[in-house]
Design a protein around this ligand. Structure first.
Ligand SMILES: Cc1cc2nc3c(=O)[nH]c(=O)nc-3n(C[C@H](O)[C@H](O)[C@H](O)COP(=O)(O)O)c2cc1C
Length: 267
């Protein structure tokens, strides 16, 4: 992974003077070759934010605006053993703290696990539960589910840090008032979603990788027991955090037309 000192950040008009008179695509090509040769980390291209920005930090890192962070973040499933700096960890968690929440209830708590042995034990209960789930499936179902359960639910144990967000669910003491006035849109789920997304974007902006995981919750009760989670608190997700060892390409997204409808006065 390239160090922070080796950051290259070009905007139109602000790339190194050596390349001032070269077309942008040539500059990028030169840096791509240099970058791949020297650091073997991918060059990241952030487009569509009004300016073209290239970084050779490998993944995120440095100063970026919110549009760049949203466009550049990926789900990371392989991590280097490098530790997460304490100050970075606190900064990332602080963005979750600042997220909006229904009636500002902040119905969350974040368990931060850096104990590799505990992470292994947590992954083991998930793996065991996956076997139980698979055993109850038809051959057809198992064929589809097995690769997913084997590859996508236990890798959090390989990260140097895993964050376990807890929620105080709707209907518990804090949200009793919601129950009385009949809210059925689960403000807690929406609030924790906002907090988790903040956390992901902040981690990316600091050069770390994360993956939002709910697959491991097949063993929610077993994990809660290992983590000492007491009712009414519940485990909401699992978020491994570390320097990415592998950055996948962007996953496809539906088009804006497909996911949006404008309702104007004259429509
Ligand atoms: C609520 C939620 C649950 C997810 N659970 C898992 C999971 O258990 N395991 C996993 O590998 N990825 C999980 N993901 C990551 C998605 O697979 C990923 O966000 C999606 O494929 C898009 O890829 P991207 O995040 O790289 O853009 C989850 C994402 C969300 C938002």
């Amino acid at each position: 992974m390239a160090s922070e000192e080796s950051e290259l950040r070009f905007h139109h008009g602000s790339y190194p003077s050596l390349f001032e008179n070269y077309p942008m695509d040539r500059v990028i090509l030169v840096y791509s070759v240099l970058h791949n040769t020297l650091t073997r980390t991918p060059l990241t291209n952030y487009m569509g934010t009004g300016s073209m920005v290239w970084r050779n930090l490998g993944y995120g890192g440095g100063c970026m605006d919110v549009f760049e962070a949203i466009a550049g973040r990926r789900s990371i499933r392989k991590f280097t053993p490098d530790p997460v700096k304490e100050e970075d960890l606190r900064r990332i968690l602080d963005t979750a703290r600042l997220a909006p929440s229904g009636t500002n209830q902040q119905p969350w708590h974040f368990l931060v696990v850096r104990d590799a042995d505990l992470l292994e034990r947590l992954a083991k209960v998930v793996k065991d539960k996956a076997e139980v789930v698979l055993a109850h499936m038809s051959d057809e179902q198992r064929k589809r589910a097995e690769p997913i359960l084997r590859r996508f639910v236990t890798f959090f144990a390989q990260a140097p840090v895993t964050i376990f967000p807890l929620i105080e669910p709707y209907g518990s003491l804090t949200y009793k008032q919601g129950e009385i006035i009949g809210q059925d849109y689960d403000p807690v789920a929406q609030s924790i979603g906002a907090a988790i997304q903040n956390l992901h974007l902040a981690a990316f902006a600091l050069g770390y990788g994360t993956c939002w995981m709910t697959g491991p919750l097949i063993a929610r009760e077993e994990m809660e027991e290992l983590l000492g989670v007491e009712p009414p608190w519940k485990l909401a997700a699992v978020i491994p955090l570390g320097r990415p060892a592998k950055v996948p390409g962007p996953r496809p997204r539906k088009s804006l037309d497909e996911i949006s409808t404008f309702i104007d006065p004259d429509s």
